[in-house]
Design a protein around this ligand. Structure first.
Ligand SMILES: C[S@@+](CC[C@H](N)C(=O)[O-])C[C@H]1O[C@@H](n2cnc3c(N)ncnc32)[C@H](O)[C@@H]1O
Length: 212
């Protein structure tokens, strides 16, 4: 059942990619490894009690839509500020009859106004530097919630110390994976310790222009 849905999603992605630039990765086997398997690395890090999950800058649905298919008992909000990408996500959600996924084409800095401290888990893959995505994501988390950004290595961790402090969060663990038994991948497990000041995230564009 899940496999059928993942296959259909792969098919819809490849079809749409012929007419619009959803992903620069075009070969089927590469899409399976670099998008689908890479997203699945997160699955074992999700806990039974994680019910509400947000994926900011999801693009064509990675990692959020893959995880939503694998976890029909959890609610996912997939966010991307590019409307045509969200239109594609909505087509897939309708086609696969997914009941646990909602979408938004707002920027994170706008969407926060109605979604502050509502999520158990936040996700981001390939969206921006760790310092920047911390400011986008931590305000959406409940106290005790976890942000699980995917990165290729730990090079952005040191310069993110100030952002972690300002956002009352700490790194709990760095999880190391081998994608397809070859490429290194990491997931940084970040826990929110206390409420986030209402001044974060700052206005649209500022987190990226002038990171914490
Ligand atoms: C490089 S793509 C990565 C897409 C997907 N996560 C993946 O790994 O294939 C980054 C996406 O983040 C979106 N994005 C960047 N900043 C954003 C923000 N502040 N709010 C919402 N979406 C944002 C962009 O529109 C873009 O589609």
């Amino acid at each position: 059942m899940e496999n059928e849905k993942l296959n259909r999603y792969l098919y819809l992605l490849m079809e749409k990619n012929k007419v619009m630039n959803l992903t620069a990765i075009r070969e089927k086997d590469d899409i399976i490894v670099k998008h689908f398997m890479d997203s699945m690395l997160l699955n074992d890090l999700l806990k039974k009690e994680d019910k509400n999950i947000i994926d900011i800058g999801t693009g064509a649905g990675f990692p959020g839509l893959v995880l939503a298919i694998l976890n029909p008992d959890k609610n996912f909000l997939l966010v991307d500020s590019v409307k045509k990408k969200v239109d594609f996500l909505n087509e897939v959600i309708l086609d696969l009859n997914l009941k646990n996924v909602k979408t938004s084409d707002k920027r994170a800095e706008e969407l926060i106004k109605t979604n502050r401290e509502k999520f158990d888990v936040a996700l981001a893959r390939g969206v921006a530097n760790l310092r920047v995505i911390l400011e986008y994501e931590i305000p959406f988390l409940k106290v005790g919630g976890r942000f699980l950004p995917q990165k290729l290595n730990t090079s952005e961790v040191e310069e993110s110390r100030n952002a972690l402090k300002m956002l009352n969060s700490h790194i709990e663990k760095i999880h190391e994976f081998k994608l397809n038994n070859t490429e290194d991948r990491i997931v940084i497990e970040i826990v929110k310790d206390k409420k986030t000041s209402e001044k974060y995230p700052r206005k649209t564009g500022i987190p990226k222009k002038n990171p914490l």
